[in-house]
Design a protein around this ligand. Structure first.
Ligand code: UDP
Length: 319
């Protein structure tokens, strides 16, 4: 058992944030969960709301935040992460969350002498010309495209973290997250895993964008959260960025077939136009995480999908 810390989690009511809050509470820490519930929901942390070590603050991190308890650690997870949420009307808001949000959290970390963990993203690699992607690859992002608010927002956030590290000696930890799935995904956020599972459970056609040959590498949420904790608790001076993801690479066609096979029934796959700047392939090189964090995913896609399908089945039935 580690010494209990006071830990702020921004984006704490979202998919990853809610899993992290539960894990930290289970380990005996004090957790201050901050979210504006734009894509998150209090339902995701319902079981924690009455816990004496848990506190929820409704707040948008675009605005500065004062916290009256002494913070040991900050996990900065707040940001719309699904293309459906960060594109269109939320693009400017997304850039502000990435850039102004991280600035506010870095100032808070500086004030409290707290260690700060940044959830960066594989999207910093854009449409990768190197495959799989190691952390040293500098990426291929369209700076004026419809994904740029997220990709460039997260890239700018990384640069701010490293400037605070060099200029202000803030203790930083940066991870780049690859596609993650599992229970408590928001069924409305348009991600491929939740869409395909929910469509299959409802007996609807499965919608794939493009010809379905584009690939992603899907990491089960429990594996990712384990990686978060290991990175946060890694020795001072190991800043990252470090890739966290499952190197198992699947095309969207393969994913859809796997889900159909598990859910059962006759489902038609229908193909829709590929969104602009949608990366054609993505797979993490996790050599660094293995070396420095002794971390690698334990849950294969098939097993993780079983758990996720079971969650959505129950969730759908409960409605
Ligand atoms: N996608 C799809 N059908 C859907 C939703 C997404 O074929 O119903 C595709 C999407 O175009 C992308 C891949 O699945 O190529 C992963 O999309 P997601 O939004 O889950 O993650 P991201 O694009 O951020 O990696």
């Amino acid at each position: 058992m580690t010494t209990p810390n006071t830990i702020l989690v921004t984006g704490g009511t979202g998919f990853l944030g809610s899993h992290l809050c539960k894990r930290l509470i289970k380990e005996g820490h004090r957790v201050i969960c901050v979210d504006n519930n734009y894509t998150g929901s209090l339902d995701n942390v319902r079981e924690l709301l009455d816990h004496p070590n848990f506190k929820f603050i409704e707040h948008n991190i675009i605005e500065p935040l004062a916290v009256d308890e002494k913070l040991d650690q900050i996990y900065n997870l707040a940001c719309p992460a699904s293309p459906r949420h960060y594109q269109g009307k939320a693009a400017i808001f997304t850039t502000k969350t990435c850039v102004l949000g991280v600035l506010n959290m870095l100032e808070l970390a500086k004030k409290h002498g707290a260690r700060i963990f940044q959830s960066s993203t594989s999207e910093v690699y854009g449409e990768p010309a190197v495959h799989p992607q190691p952390e040293t690859y500098r990426g291929n992002v369209n700076p004026i495209g419809i994904r740029a608010c997220y990709d460039e927002g997260k890239r700018c956030a990384e640069s701010l973290l490293f400037d605070y590290y060099r200029e202000e000696e803030v203790d930083i930890k940066v991870v780049r997250i690859f596609n993650t799935y599992g229970p408590y995904m928001n069924p409305e956020d348009g991600r491929v895993v939740s869409n395909v599972i929910c469509q299959a459970l409802r007996g609807e056609d499965i919608t794939l964008y493009g010809d379905g040959t584009q690939t992603r590498s899907f990491c089960y949420v429990d594996d990712l959260i384990e990686g978060f904790i290991r990175m946060m608790d890694s020795p001072k001076g190991f800043t990252g960025p470090v890739n966290l993801g499952n190197p198992g690479e699947f095309s969207m066609n393969e994913l859809a077939q796997l889900v159909i096979q598990k859910v059962g029934g006759n489902h038609k796959i229908v193909y829709r136009p590929l969104p602009k700047d949608d990366p054609t392939h993505r797979k993490p090189d996790i050599t660094l995480a293995k070396e420095k964090l002794h971390w690698q995913p334990q849950v294969p896609l098939s097993q993780g999908l079983d758990k996720t399908i079971a969650y959505f089945r129950q969730h759908t039935e409960a409605k």
